[in-house]
Design a protein around this ligand. Structure first.
Ligand code: GDP
Ligand code: IMO
Ligand code: MG
Length: 459
């Protein structure tokens, strides 16, 4: 007794594995990219750019409700579930346990990529722990929206919410279950019985479940080559010093816990979601990049304090081509909201902001920026937690002059008009955080990297 106790303490011996892991922890480059607003900030474009400097690109949450647009040369891709990094030859793409997967949508996405000359084989990894989306989830998504009437969320109708509901209710069926047809059939039968009882009681009709078993077993066979234990894969990669980029979907204000609940999506879209959704511990997420447009958009319902009046909104919508990448819905447009970005910085721990779509303001004469909120005559200090209060705040605006010169495609900070630089500096100073990257067009090379920034050091 006591013979092995050394000065370092009972558990303080020289564990070679732990020592190795620490080396990996210090050396591996691991950076999360999150949306700082209500989604569609240009994460796809940003991730595609950054992916050139990373080996693994991993999605931790959401499903094919996401639409990440990437333009490479004269090809335009809209990635929904597969990480944008797949477009870079040789990069490995990971779909983690925290996602919800519609296997039909996944197979279609793999096929679309293949037709465009992008082969996912051997470099796409799908977690055995991710939950499956079934046709009845889509049905329930639509039925729930219809039942909400005026108070509808404006979901993407992809079955995302109902699939996460089943996961949390512990009746979900996971990707790994597809590997054992007998077990899969048993689970599906049990779940369908339960879901039908719920549907009958709630909506007065059973669900359309015919042919699901055969269809899913067929799809399961098609995706089986991609199924893996992705948490082990990523952590081992980090142990070896490999770099990982986490690709967020949706955005901070759509996060299930931190967003404008209930007008949110059903997953953790903030940086913490990278850890829970991938099994990569918080101590191994080395940096966080927050993506924001030079203005704000929102698709679907819910409060939006800086929303522009129709005419102004439609001008920005036309210039910014603000139509949903997944649903084609016109996006609501508004001014930049620094209160939202300050909140996003706090809950995500953003080290560096990326400002996209600067070029959309090239013809704008005056630009308004929301610098804070008022509520019933008082200044609001913290982001309101209740959607009812958030709906009633009035923005305090500062007006800054536009630059009225083209910035489209500009690649050097010094080539930006002074008023554009002032706008960016104002944002950075107000948020007390760097702007590491500026996007001046949807193309890969329409990008400015600010030298001397944290973000630049990750490239
Ligand atoms: P994501 O969901 O965050 O990846 O964003 P989306 O792809 O849904 O929406 C962003 C849209 O803006 C896409 O159509 C992009 O091609 C486009 N885009 C991204 N960055 C820029 C930019 O700097 N300027 C312009 N004009 N368009 C951009
Ligand atoms: P990306 O990754 C913008 C919105 C929907 C709706 C709410 C809930 O492209 O930024 P859901 O179908 O998820 O239950 O819908 O969330 N929404 C998005 N808005 N960008 C997205 O993804 C979105 N994904 C979901 O419009 O208001
Ligand atoms: Mg999008």
């Amino acid at each position: 007794m006591g013979g092995n106790v050394r000065a370092a303490g009972l558990f303080g011996g020289n564990h070679s594995m732990a020592a190795k892991m620490n080396v990996g922890r210090l050396e591996a480059k691991t950076v999360a990219v999150v949306g700082a607003q209500w989604g569609d900030e240009g994460k796809g474009k940003v991730v595609d750019y950054l992916a050139g400097s990373f080996e693994y690109i991993a999605r931790s949450q959401g499903g094919h409700n996401a639409g990440h647009t990437v333009i490479v040369g004269n090809q335009r891709f809209v990635l929904q579930l597969i990480p944008s990094g797949i477009l870079r030859p040789g990069k490995k793409a990971v779909i983690g346990p925290g996602t919800v997967v519609d296997p039909a949508a996944l197979v279609a996405e793999i096929e679309t990529l293949k037709k465009a000359g992008v082969d996912a084989r051997g470099r796409l990894y799908l977690s055995d722990r991710a939950h499956l989306i079934f046709p009845y989830h889509l049905e329930m998504d639509k039925a729930a929206e219809a039942a909400r009437g005026e108070a509808k969320i404006g979901t993407t109708s992809r079955g995302i919410g109902p699939a996460y509901e089943d996961k949390m209710a512990r009746r979900g069926i996971r990707v790994g279950d597809l590997r054992d047809p007998g077990r899969f059939a048993e689970k599906l039968e049990r779940v369908i019985k339960e879901k039908n009882a719920i549907s009958q009681a709630t909506y007065g009709r059973p669900l359309g479940t015919e042919g699901i078993l055969e269809r899913y077993l067929e799809l399961g066979a098609q995706i089986s080559v991609y199924i893996a234990d992705t948490a082990s894969l990523l952590n081992r990669a980090i142990d070896r010093g490999s770099s990982v980029l986490f690709e967020g979907a949706q955005g901070t204000m759509l996060d299930i816990d931190h967003g404008t609940y209930p007008y949110v999506t059903s997953s953790s879209a903030t940086s913490g979601g990278c850890s829970t959704g991938l099994g990569v511990p918080p101590t191994r997420v080395g940096g966080v990049v927050g993506v924001t447009k030079a203005y704000t958009t929102r698709v679907g319902s819910g409060p939006f304090p800086t929303e522009m009046p129709d005419l102004e909104a439609s001008e920005v919508r036309d210039r910014g081509k603000e139509f949903g990448a997944v649903t084609g819905r016109p996006r609501r447009c508004g001014w930049l909201d620094l209160e939202v970005l300050r909140y996003a910085k706090m809950v995500n721990g953003i080290d560096s902001f990326v400002v996209t779509k600067l070029d959309v303001f090239d013809t704008q004469s005056d630009i308004q920026v929301c610098v804070g909120y008022m509520y019933k005559g008082d200044r609001v200090n913290d982001m309101p937690g209740e959607v009812e209060k958030f709906s009633q705040v009035t923005p305090v605006y500062k007006t800054v002059p536009g630059w009225r010169k083209p910035t489209y495609g500009v690649r050097e900070e010094r080539d930006l008009p002074p008023a554009a630089r002032d706008y960016l500096k104002f944002i950075s100073d107000s948020l007390e955080v760097e702007i590491g990257m500026i996007s001046t067009g949807p193309e890969r090379d329409a990008t400015i990297i600010s030298s001397g920034t944290k973000l630049a050091s990750w490239l």
